[in-house]
Design a protein around this ligand. Structure first.
Ligand code: ADP
Ligand code: MG
Length: 282
């Protein structure tokens, strides 16, 4: 992502639009109510480069699923398959099935913008908009024309993002004046203000100091009580600490193992995963 506080176009697009909801998906019934996201043989190419090969996994509701693996193995690419952010990359091509509560998000009748309202995203670099704290939180609601008691939504969202106590007396100051960790929690408040079902987080703490990182980790675990959280991290200890399930991607865009986090870290099936986890390569 960019090195400034200006949101990129892609990031703005996540928040922007007023199109109809995913009515087909909302009314569909899944076979397994516990699975929120199911990936079946997802392949992604950037031009001729095959970035992800046959990725299949089921992500359970109200849990934290971590994606780990060395740089360039396709973790961010996979995350972007879930809310169709790869649509915004001209050379990217996605094949396979990715379902959200049983509805394929790549079906023709799915509006990607409506999808992104159900699947919020938080990026590595905190990217508050150059607006007040209050206006950052209500941004998505305003843009999408969602009515409501904005004062209450701001308070609730900031409380859920564990930021309320620190900012309640300065809601009309700029979001850019907050510390890095506070900015990231503001971005989380902004992502949850529109009431998504899934929160995607791409290395949300990797630009933060240890104290801010630990606050984000605590918050992620709390958020999983209400949301399905999918988090990319290059920090294995972080994955071990906060996730219920772990997906290990290795070089070549392969999902080598996906299982309960404890199993992955204590007794993985794959020698390659064991070597990666124990630091023999990476
Ligand atoms: N926008 C893009 N255009 C072309 N290739 C890309 C793009 N984004 C990622 N890639 C390539 O896809 C592979 C996986 O990248 P990425 O998903 O960012 O990995 P990770 O998040 O695990 O570091 C890498 O080889 C990367 O160079
Ligand atoms: Mg990445």
């Amino acid at each position: 992502m960019t090195g400034t506080n200006d949101p990129t176009n892609d990031e703005m697009l996540v928040e922007t639009d007023v199109s109809d909801g995913l009515s087909a998906a909302e009314s569909s019934v899944t076979d397994d109510a516990e699975t929120v996201i199911e990936s079946k043989d997802i392949n992604v190419w950037y031009g001729d480069d095959h970035a992800l090969t046959d990725i299949s996994m089921e992500i359970p509701e109200n849990s934290v699923t971590a994606m780990i693996g060395p740089s360039g193995c396709g973790k961010s690419t996979f995350l972007r398959c879930i809310n169709r952010m790869n649509d915004l990359i001209d050379v990217a091509r996605v094949e396979g099935d990715l379902t959200l509560r049983g509805k394929n998000v790549y079906d023709d009748d799915v509006d990607p913008v409506a999808l992104r309202r159900r699947v919020g995203m938080v990026f590595q670099k905190p990217n508050p908009f150059p607006k007040s704290i209050y206006d950052n939180v209500v941004y998505g609601l305003k843009i999408q024309g969602i009515d409501g008691d904005y004062d209450q939504i701001v308070e609730d969202s900031l409380k859920r993002a564990a930021l309320w106590d620190e900012v309640k007396d300065r809601l009309h100051e700029s979001g850019l004046d907050l510390s890095g960790g506070q900015q990231q929690r503001l971005c989380i408040a902004r992502a949850i203000a529109t009431d998504p079902e899934v929160l995607l987080m791409d290395e949300p703490a990797s630009a933060l100091d240890p104290v801010a990182t630990s606050q984000i980790e605590d918050l992620v675990e709390e958020l999983a009580e209400d949301y399905t959280v999918v988090i990319v991290t290059h920090n294995m200890q972080q994955a071990a600490r906060i996730s219920d399930k772990t997906a290990v991607f290795l070089t070549g865009g392969e999902l080598v193992e996906f299982d309960d986090t404890q199993k992955i870290f204590e007794n993985p099936e794959s020698q390659r995963v064991e070597d990666y986890i124990t630091g023999k390569f990476g």
